[in-house]
Design a protein around this ligand. Sequence first.
Ligand code: AR6
Length: 194
Amino acid sequence: MIERWLRGTVLRLVQGDITTQAADAIVNAANSALVGGGGVDGAIRRAGGPEIEEACARIRAERGGCPTGSAVITAAGRLPARYVIHAVGPVWRGGAAGEADLLASAYRASLELASRHGLRTVAFPSISTGVYGYPVEQAARVALRAVAGALPRPPIEEVRFVLFSRTDLDAYARALQELGAPGAEENPDQTAGR
Ligand code: AR6
């Protein structure tokens, strides 16, 4: 596990399966139609059961879906998490089609929903880097910068990235380092009593 404190929130990187994570919310790498797919989406819907599809169907009926770069929140069915935040990242088209902005926006929208619902712990997968083909090194940088730049106030306790493979974990670890050297003042344990 790799972690880093930033303004009262711990950013944590772990390798694993997001469907098994205990967190207030796990984030789904969804599509804008909110219809079930493969990858994380398929795994979340299988593990969570019909309650998730029912909630997505209601959102589809009310507002037609969820545009790329935005997010919606539903119940989590049988998952250990309380909520699922369905975030829609962009399909990779070579990098000049606004992909980075849309990906950053999907992360920001997810944190905004988490904050609005008073959630304390949120677990993200690596949005867009599977079926949607976003190169993971670039996506990791966009993801961590977006999250670091949009941490809610008051701070949520933990933002966890759950990476499926060791290669993805390594890419996110490099991106986390690039955020700048951690200052002692960022870690409340190290500043206690000062
Ligand atoms: N836990 C954590 N990460 C996972 C898991 C899991 N259980 N399963 C896959 N990954 P993807 P996208 C990783 O394809 O690129 C769906 O059909 C995976 O290895 O799930 O945003 C949706 O319905 C990859 O690193 O999401 C959309 O249509 C990352 O999660 C479309 O795919 C994201 O891969 C979205 O594509």
